[in-house]
Design a protein around this ligand. Structure first.
Ligand code: RB5
Length: 146
């Protein structure tokens, strides 16, 4: 299961991304928001980070206008490694090197087709498991196990 949430700034792209990922066969749970009415991104980031930490979702995707508010919020949570990506190279590299478990997207920055590609690559790339990357993630300060 992939958990996804947005604020109002990411709402429209979230709906399109959900439809796209479902077409690709992914099971998606939408944690809100449910309209373009103004709301607070930390409330929705928390729903997805909780779902990832509890194991309800294997990975999360968070969208806001820039992706920045979502990534700042998600990265405050121990055990969450959130990557704000605006390109496919970073999406692949952050899975291979950082074992990121949350992808953040900026709906006012990244167009839909690129966002779809970024999300697909993020979801289909496995962590490399290389010792140096495990060591570096450990140095972030959490009790990391690959
Ligand atoms: C909302 O206007 C905007 O601030 C939000 O979507 C996000 O970009 C914050 O980082």
């Amino acid at each position: 299961m992939i958990g996804i949430a947005s604020d109002h700034g990411g709402y429209a792209l979230k709906k399109d991304l959900i439809a796209h990922l479902q077409k690709k066969g992914y099971e998606i749970k939408d944690y809100g928001c449910d309209s373009e009415e103004s709301c607070d991104y930390p409330d929705y980031a928390k729903k997805v980070t909780d779902a990832v930490l509890s194991g309800e979702c294997e990975k999360g995707i968070l969208l806001c206008g820039t992706g920045v508010g979502m990534s700042i919020t998600a990265n405050k949570v121990e055990g969450i490694r959130a990557a704000l990506c605006g390109d496919t190279f970073s999406a692949e590299a952050t899975r291979l090197h950082n074992d990121s478990n949350v992808l953040c997207l900026g709906a006012r920055v990244t167009g839909p087709e690129l966002a779809f590609k970024i999300a697909e690559i993020f979801l289909e790339t496995d962590f490399s498991g290389d010792e140096r990357h495990v060591r570096r993630i450990g140095k972030i300060g959490e009790d990391y196990k690959a």
